[in-house]
Design a protein around this ligand. Structure first.
Ligand code: TK8
Length: 335
């Protein structure tokens, strides 16, 4: 009996020692929270990240993803990261203004106008500066992934002009900039966590919401909405956040693996987001939604109506941050 135990202990020890790719890599389980559904492009990013981690750690790490807010909404998950009770979250920046108000910069209406601009901004100096701000809040931003250009959907009527927004009950993210934007557009805006949106639309508690086509598709909002307008009023990014208290216990090699593999995930996630967007729009149309385009003239009117949000947002975001983003965008645009 004794020999048997000794032998099996030895076998287990041999196994444990054999698994890690290097002495600097420990066995780890990483939980990653998400508000979106698994078939959202974030799913492809996570899958690419898992494959990368598997290879780099020789199977010593397991990454478990939790979808559809099952570990809490974006803000709750980020708070869990800060206290070190959860490892990772792919979160919209918008609800995190409660932690870092400067993040509201990404919510300013019509700030970013193309995916190429978004990539240059987020992967450049400005993105780095915003990531650095998270450290003070016990959060490490490993990468920016794509949420995308947001479009308004509703159950009442086609929205094609500024007047059409009037009185509509719209869910907005828990974010002062979005609230100001949609109140200025004349809607009755209600801040709400993402996980509550489907039911609120279904029960008629709200008429409208705004999200990229891939989200309207994968969260099945098309089942409870009748119109969608191509408003592209904001490009909000995802941050791939890691708990700083946990990150600090990782070896330098392990930290590098996290950074490299979220970068690998970024490429897969952005590619998927961009190729799925058209497909998602088609599925939304097939589900019977009317897609409304906004004329250039109406768009100019809408943009002018919300221009004041920039100045009012400066108090919370910081005038310097707004100036910096505008300067960087001007450089990116070659102005
Ligand atoms: C999912 C959210 C979602 C966001 C929203 O957790 O809240 O509308 O666009 O993608 O992060």
């Amino acid at each position: 009996m004794k020999t048997l135990i000794t032998t099996s202990v030895a076998a287990v020890l041999a196994l444990t020692v054999a698994i890690p790719a290097s002495a600097e890599i420990s066995e780890r389980t990483i939980r990653i929270a998400n508000g979106v559904a698994e078939d959202h492009p974030v799913g492809d990013g996570v899958e690419a990240m898992q494959a990368c981690v598997e290879e780099r750690t020789g199977g010593a790490w397991t990454i478990n993803a939790f979808w559809s807010s099952s570990l809490g909404d974006d803000l709750q998950s980020a708070q869990s990261l800060r206290s070190g009770t959860l490892e990772m979250v792919v979160s919209s920046t918008s609800p995190l203004v409660a932690i870092e108000p400067a993040l509201g910069v990404f919510d300013l209406p019509f700030l970013i106008s193309s995916e190429a601009e978004a990539d240059a901004l987020l992967d450049g100096e400005f993105g780095k500066m915003m990531s650095d701000k998270m450290q003070a809040h016990n959060l490490v931003n490993l990468s920016f992934w794509e949420n995308g250009f947001r479009n308004l959907s509703n159950s009442l009527r086609p929205v094609e002009t500024l007047e059409d927004f009037n009185g509509m009950r719209v869910r907005v993210m828990q974010n002062n900039i979005f609230l100001d934007t949609f109140e200025t557009l004349g809607t009755n805006a209600t801040p709400m966590a993402f996980g509550e949106v489907f039911t609120a639309l279904e029960t008629g508690a709200i008429d409208a919401q705004e999200n990229p086509y891939v989200t309207i598709d994968t969260s099945r909002f098309y089942e409870v909405q009748d119109y969608v307008s191509n408003t592209r009023h904001a490009y909000t990014p995802f941050m791939v956040l890691f708990s700083k208290p946990i990150f600090d216990t990782y070896s330098a090699e392990e930290q590098q693996i996290l950074m490299d593999c979220t970068a690998t995930g970024q490429t897969a996630q952005r590619d998927s987001s961009r190729s799925l967007s058209e497909e998602s729009l088609q599925r939304i149309k097939d589900a019977g939604l009317e897609v409304n385009d906004i004329s250039e003239e109406a768009m100019t009117e809408i943009r002018e109506a919300v221009a004041g949000v920039y100045e009012r947002g400066a108090d919370s975001i910081g005038a310097d941050v707004i100036e910096q983003v505008q300067a960087e965008l001007a450089t990116i645009r070659g102005q």
